[in-house]
Design a protein around this ligand. Structure first.
Ligand SMILES: [Zn+2]
Length: 186
């Protein structure tokens, strides 16, 4: 698995939001219970200091954790695994311009099949999922840095500010500046 380019803080934000779109990309391990979960698990949230993150089931199980009975993070199937490979690819390459063919080449299926499979597994197309990753990144940078909207727009891989503003509003129901103000960043 390639390096996901998600910080601890970002992964923590996903598990607090029970965000299904990151399932399979990383696992939440709770030191006190020795149990690991999917990011979207609805069980009571652990204390932040008791959490560590793993990128593979192998690693988390080697570290002595057992799978959560509720979210069953160890259960997978082939189509889901392809979708997760695509998700991991997009999370790692969001800064670049990516076309469907690039993703299809990466996972070794046709673009047509890829799009159908991905939509079935995630209810998003690879394009809209990539947009979500970029908006999530932008939201994280808006609340954790003082970088300008324009700077963040290009940093997260949008090709133009107008695309950035449109996508951001669609996903977060406010503008980047409003989002920053809401999060109390001056
Ligand atoms: Zn769980």
């Amino acid at each position: 698995m390639e390096d996901l380019k998600l910080s601890f803080e970002e992964m923590w934000e996903k598990i607090i939001a029970c965000d299904r779109s990151y399932d399979g990309l990383f696992f939440t391990a709770v030191k006190t219970t020795k149990i690991y979960c999917r990011p979207s698990c609805r069980s009571r949230k652990p204390k932040k200091t008791n959490v560590e993150f793993y990128y593979t089931i192998d690693d988390v199980e080697k570290a002595g954790y057992r799978a959560c009975k509720r979210c069953q993070p160890e259960v997978g199937h082939p189509q889901r695994e392809v979708a997760q490979k695509v998700m991991a690819f997009l999370v790692s390459h969001y800064k670049h311009k990516i076309i469907l063919q690039d993703i299809a080449d990466h996972v070794g299926v046709s673009p047509y099949y890829l799009e159908r499979l991905f939509k079935h597994e995630t209810a998003e197309t690879p394009r809209t999922y990539l947009e979500k990753i970029r908006v999530d990144k932008a939201a994280h940078l808006l609340q954790s840095t003082k970088r300008t909207n324009l700077d963040i727009c290009y940093e997260v891989g949008f090709q133009s500010p107008s695309n950035f503003y449109k996508a951001f509003r669609r996903r977060k129901q406010c503008s980047p500046s409003e989002y920053r103000a809401l999060k109390g960043v001056k």
